[in-house]
Design a protein around this ligand. Structure first.
Ligand code: CS2
Length: 476
């Protein structure tokens, strides 16, 4: 493998034979491999105590690819000073459904100290009000079949229950998805679930489970054949688990009891008592702008974020959305310089080497807008501040659903069925949005009845229809 000694590819800085598994990760998707695996590999270069066991709940593909290549894979950075990295921190990779007892053994093993997860917003089965969703089919199933779980919550409860019975301290839970207060919410959801099993067990979780909240960031387009061919052309090997991402990465973890057991700060992870500030700026500025651009850009016929940003009108619109609507909504941002932060994000969106598909960001809108756009809208309504650009994001989401439905395309969203029912009634009139805004699971009673908000979304919706019909796209 002389090829791997080339200077622009970083090979593992530790002996894999010494790697000890201490982290279990749920959801070995591209973002996890591009982000957490990168930091954890740096931890292992300090001391190889942080081997990861990957658990896939829904699809075997990544597990198989990893297995076929001894759990090694490449991260390709997309930027001017890009390096590529061979990541060697995965110790094992398990597809959950046929291997449940193996996973239970693992979760009760005291050597496992940390459970991380990237299972997307919907994977936690938590409603918009932060409570566990008892109507979720997976949760209903897991409550009836404790030893045969399907969901992340069901597996983690299983591990905790075994530890509780064995008097083993719990692992630390570190969720890494784009939910505000993710650690707190997941802990509460686990306590809610445990209450239905045994109140003493619920108390054990409440008193002992450490679950810091986190902010994670690195733009990671979906891996595809173009990536696999590039790796093969550049290095001469085939890597079906390769990922690519922008150079920028950030991982912020709330300071937690026991954080000193991991040299987080030595590898660039930020530990803070004010994780809420980082979450707020990232979810509202980056993800809020991302979702708005995804829906509007798609409606106007663009394919990737960078292509949409290359259009001066859309670039200005993203700028105005951030500076005129989102930044005024931010409170208690600590030491974060939001202007620099926002300008950096705009530059990241414009990076033409990152082929980030708008359709990828558009997935699961019903699960995302509640964290990305609605908190800024609520705040601005309270402050009597402008919400026009934020409302444009909501209007574009409605329009995206309507047009996808008309085209007979599949909508990736746990609420797809109900969204499509609403979309089918659309008549290209402002009222099309009424059905969407009355979805209490997303908008809550406060927004659903707020006339200023409704009128603003309607106005923006009309502008989108005009722009689609060849009207003046400057109109935004
Ligand atoms: C994106 C995020 O797909 C999406 O919804 O907005 O995945 C985004 O790229 C990351 O949060 C960036 O850190």
């Amino acid at each position: 493998m002389s090829i791997l000694s080339q200077s622009h590819i970083k090979t593992p800085a530790f002996n894999r034979n010494n790697l000890k598994a201490s982290i279990v990760h749920f959801g070995p998707g591209a973002f996890h491999r591009a982000h957490q695996c990168y930091y954890i590999d740096l931890l292992n270069a300090i001391t190889p105590d942080f081997g990861i066991v990957e658990i896939a709940l829904n699809s075997e593909d990544t597990i198989k690819s990893l297995e076929n290549q001894d759990n090694l894979f490449t991260i390709k950075e997309l930027g001017e000073n890009s390096k590529n990295h061979i990541i060697a921190s995965i110790k094992d990779a398990i597809y959950a459904p046929p291997n449940k007892s193996k996973i239970f053994d693992l979760l009760q093993n005291p050597e496992i100290k940390i459970i991380t997860s990237t299972i997307t917003e919907k994977g936690y089965c938590i409603k918009n009000d932060g409570k566990l969703d008892w109507d979720n089919e997976g949760i209903k199933h897991d409550l009836e079949n404790l030893d045969n779980p399907r969901t992340y919550i069901g597996y983690v409860i299983n591990g905790l229950l075994r530890r509780y019975k064995n008097a083993t301290p719990p692992f630390v839970i570190i969720p890494c998805d784009n939910l505000s207060e993710n650690g707190k919410k997941v802990k509460n959801a686990l306590c809610d679930f445990a209450q239905k099993i045994d109140t003493d067990f619920a108390k054990y979780i409440m008193d002992n489970l450490v679950a810091p909240s986190t902010m994670v960031d690195s733009i990671t387009p979906k891996s595809d054949n173009a990536l696999f061919s590039q790796i093969e052309d550049e290095y001469g090997y085939k890597d079906n688990a390769a990922v690519w991402r922008e150079e920028f990465t950030q991982w912020v973890i709330e300071t937690y009891d026991g954080h000193k057991n991991v040299p987080w700060e030595k590898v660039g992870v930020i530990l803070t008592d004010n994780v809420a500030a980082f979450e707020q700026v990232k979810l509202r500025i980056l993800n809020g702008a991302h979702s708005t651009l995804a829906y509007l850009g798609w409606c106007l016929g663009f394919e990737t974020v960078a292509q949409a940003m290359a259009n001066p009108m859309l670039e200005k619109l993203v700028h105005d959305l951030i500076f005129k609507n989102i930044i005024p909504s931010l409170k208690n941002v600590g030491n974060i310089d939001v202007t620099t932060y926002a300008n950096d994000i705009i530059a990241r969106f414009k990076n033409p080497v990152v082929q980030h598909k708008l359709a990828q960001i558009a997935w699961d809108g019903s699960q995302k807008i509640g964290f990305r756009l609605l908190p800024s809208i609520r705040q601005n309504l309270k402050d009597n501040a402008n919400i026009s650009y934020l409302s444009l994001g909501i209007a574009a989401w409605c329009r995206f659903i309507i047009r996808m439905t008309r085209q007979g395309k599949e909508i990736t969203d746990p609420m797809a069925k109900i969204l499509m029912e609403i979309a089918k009634k659309a008549k290209d009139k402002a009222n099309d949005i009424d059905g969407f805004l009355s979805l209490e699971m997303i908008f809550d009673a406060d927004l659903e009845k707020n006339q200023t908000f409704i009128n603003e979304v309607k106005q923006q919706y009309n502008k989108i229809i005009k722009a689609e019909n060849g009207g003046n796209i400057e109109a935004f």
